[in-house]
Design a binder for this molecule. Structure first.
Ligand code: 13P
Length: 251
C-alpha cells in the first residue's frame, strides 16, 4: 500500500499571530517545490486566520490543535468545529498527550471530538501514546489498545477513511529522547494490526500513522525508512521554518 507521507508541525502555545504568519510564509516558500509530501501546520487558534492568509496560495495546509464538539453555545473559552473550518482549517489535532495530561481530556472526550471533526469534514489527527512509567511497566500495548478502542468506538470503516493517527510516546515529547526507528516501527505495526482487527484490511492499509516525539532533521530519514511510519508530528523543530523545511525535505 502506497501511503503519501504526511508531515505536520504542532506549534503548541508558541507564536503571536504576526510571528506565526511570518514563519508560515517563510515555510511555504521553502517547501514550494515539494510535491511528494503533505505538509500541515497547526498554529494557536488566535493565529489561524492570519496564517491561512499567509499560506493560502501554497501547498501548506492548516490545522487546529483542538476543538470542542458542540456547534455553538454557552461554552466559554471553547472553539467549535465550524469555527475552525471558517478559519481555513482542514485538519485538527485531537487527544494530544498535553491535553490529556494538563486539561483533563479523556478517551471519551477524544471520541466525541473525533466524531465532531469527521462530521464537519475536518481530518482528525488522533494522538495516542504511553508514558515512560507505562512503558517501563511493559504496558505500552495495553495502553494503546485502550486509547484506540475507546477513541474510535462506534465508528465504521467508512468514517475512518480520512483519519490520521499519531503515535507520540509521552517520554519522547520535548525531551530530546526519540524512540528508535525500531521502537517506532514495532508500535506502528501493532497499531496497524489492531486497526485491521477492528476495521478491516482496507482501512488498516490506507490509514497514515505518524510518529511524534523529538523529530529533528537528524532523525527523520531513519524514521521514515520504516515501512509503517507514514509521517511525523513535529513540535519544537517545526517552530523554525528552516529546520522544519529540512525535515519535510528528508528524502
Ligand atoms: P517535540 O517534537 O517538541 O518533541 O513535540 C512532539 C509533539 O508533541 C508534537 O505534537
Amino acid at each position: 500500500m502506497n501511503r503519501r507521507p504526511f508531515i505536520a508541525g504542532n506549534w503548541k502555545m508558541y507564536k503571536t499571530s504576526a510571528e506565526a504568519a511570518e514563519t508560515a510564509k517563510k515555510l511555504a516558500g521553502l517547501v514550494s517545490g515539494v510535491t511528494n509530501v503533505d505538509v500541515m501546520i497547526a498554529p494557536p487558534f488566535t493565529a489561524l486566520a492570519q496564517v491561512h492568509e499567509a499560506i493560502k496560495e501554497s501547498s501548506v495546509m492548516l490545522g487546529a490543535q483542538n476543538l470542542f464538539w458542540e456547534k455553538e453555545g454557552a461554552f466559554t473559552g471553547e472553539i467549535s468545529p465550524q469555527m475552525v473550518v471558517s478559519a481555513g482549517c482542514r485538519y485538527v489535532i485531537i487527544g494530544h498527550s498535553e491535553r490529556r495530561q494538563y486539561f483533563g481530556e479523556t478517551d471519551l472526550s477524544v471520541n466525541k471530538k473525533i466524531r465532531a471533526a469527521i462530521t464537519n469534514n475536518l481530518v482528525p489527527v488522533f494522538c495516542i501514546g504511553e508514558t515512560e512509567k507505562e512503558r517501563d511497566a511493559d504496558n505500552t500495548f495495553n495502553i494503546l489498545d485502550k486509547q484506540i478502542k475507546m477513541g474510535l468506538e462506534g465508528f465504521s470503516p467508512d468514517d475512518l477513511q480520512p483519519v490520521i493517527l499519531a503515535y507520540e510516546p509521552v517520554w519522547a515529547i520535548g525531551t530530546g529522547k526519540t524512540a528508535t526507528s525500531g521502537q517506532a516501527q514495532e508500535v506502528h505495526l501493532f497499531i496497524r494490526n489492531l486497526l485491521e482487527k477492528l476495521f478491516g484490511k482496507k482501512i488498516a492499509g490506507s490509514v497514515r500513522i505518524l510518529y511524534g516525539g523529538s523529530v529533528k532533521p537528524e532523525n527523520i530519514k531513519e524514521l521514515m525508512s520504516m515501512p509503517d511510519v507514514d509521517g511525523a508530528l513535529v513540535g519544537g523543530a517545526s517552530l523554525n521554518a528552516d529546520k522544519f523545511a529540512e525535515i519535510i525535505k528528508y528524502k
